[in-house]
Design a protein around this ligand. Sequence first.
Ligand code: DP6
Length: 320
Amino acid sequence: MKKTARAHTNIALIKYWGKADDHLRLPLMSSLSLTLDAFYSDTSVEKTDGPNAFYLNGKKKNAADSKRVFNYLHLLQTKFSLAGNLIVHSTNHVPTSAGLASSSSAFAALAAAFCACYQIDVDKKELSRLARIGSGSASRSIYGGFAVWQKGHDDESSYAYALDEHPPMDLQLLAVELNSGPKKLSSTKGMKEAQTSPFFKPWIKRNDSELKQMVSAISNEDFTKLGSLAELNANEMHAVNLTAQPGFTYFEPDTIRAIKLVESSRENGIECYYTIDAGPNVKVLCQLRNVKEIIKNFESEFKNVKIIEASFGSGISYLN
Ligand code: DP6
């Protein structure tokens, strides 16, 4: 039986950037995200009598490129005492590995399609825990709107829940694609190296308070608070990268130019904020009335820049 699930990517406003347990993907901090309508993965899982096969965007991947997927599926099979080979088809409507967190939608859709294929009855909390083992950020893509991944302390207690799946807030995200090539350092490696920074522990200590402030900004529909806190949290994440031993950064010269453009737009009365993940691309948080002006500014500053508009996306869904 072939089963297909769709999951949207999410962007973290309070970042997950460190693991307490690599194998179970238990995080060192809680995180909070916004699920995006413009980017998603459709993934189908089907049992087969032939060998395992993984197709990404219609192309069959070799054993090395399929390893993470099948290691994960094997882990799920072991968990539910299942066996057998599988064919996986995944279509990513996200620029893969360009810092737009394609792994969040990919593993959320894969977990859901796997459970549907084997007719395993899971609720969203359980699905979030299963997706988390594939990729931490995938735990949040089970839900639409705003989601919180509570760090927990073991497999049972570390999962995401919906904060507000249908927020009435005026919030838009502009994904500015400056460099859509594959990223240089995976999130998994980057977040490990970041822990050598002298500022890593002090940052973790602030997590509770930043999360609480973000939750209250959301419930008060306070865009200024939400945007400035998201920007601060992203800068804290990139500061621990820069101060790791040895230091590193995902920023490219264009990343800095984009940051400066957001800052100058703000000074000129167009309220917007940036957040940046494990790649050079910048995401701009803004409100509907300023979208056109911000896009115009980026297009005049950067040649051939690609900007994708996004807003609140929905949670996991099943296509067959
Ligand atoms: C910067 O979820 O890709 O996007 O658990 O190792 O697969 P793994 O990491 P991943 O990391 C996402 C990091 C981030 C911040 C975030 O989404 O919270």
